[in-house]
Design a protein around this ligand. Sequence first.
Ligand code: ADP
Length: 168
Amino acid sequence: MSQKRIGLYPGTFDPLTMGHVDIVERAVKLVDELVIGVAINRDKGPLFSLEERVAMVEEEMARISGASGVPISVKPFESLLMHFAEASGANIIIRGLRAVSDFEYEFQMVGMNQALNDDIETVFLMADARYQSIASRLVKEIARLDGNVDAFAPAHVVKRLKAKFSGK
Ligand code: ADP
């Protein structure tokens, strides 16, 4: 296949965790280019603004892109995932899978997305065992209660979490 493999990794990234980072580090081995789609997700009531989430993802992606040589762009999106994938020229959607918790939802999403555009394949990756149980929701909860989240998110994200919860 001579077609360029352009991957799209969509998520809320509220905030970016070591789980997300691990998935991206695996994804760059499979694609020629990667687009990280940061979902606006007003319904989820994110802790970090879209600008903050994009900035955190961009900072980390610059490092991974530099190390892997794979171009990575970061784009916010609000449209239907399949429309965003088409507009980005992506032909692979990357999702991470954690134990059984993500399965039911992801299974349904793939079914619906295949019906919308069957030319775009969804690929699931699993993070290293150390990062399997990390969820943005729990990282926020621990940080809010003043727990140590150093092992769960990149240092610049930890810094932003501390600032959020100390009101700085
Ligand atoms: P969404 O709102 O799309 O679930 P998230 O930012 O929570 O956005 O997650 C984006 C993707 O990253 C999802 O596919 C999710 O399953 C995956 N993911 C998040 N944390 C982990 C982790 N610790 N291990 C593997 N995949 C993960």
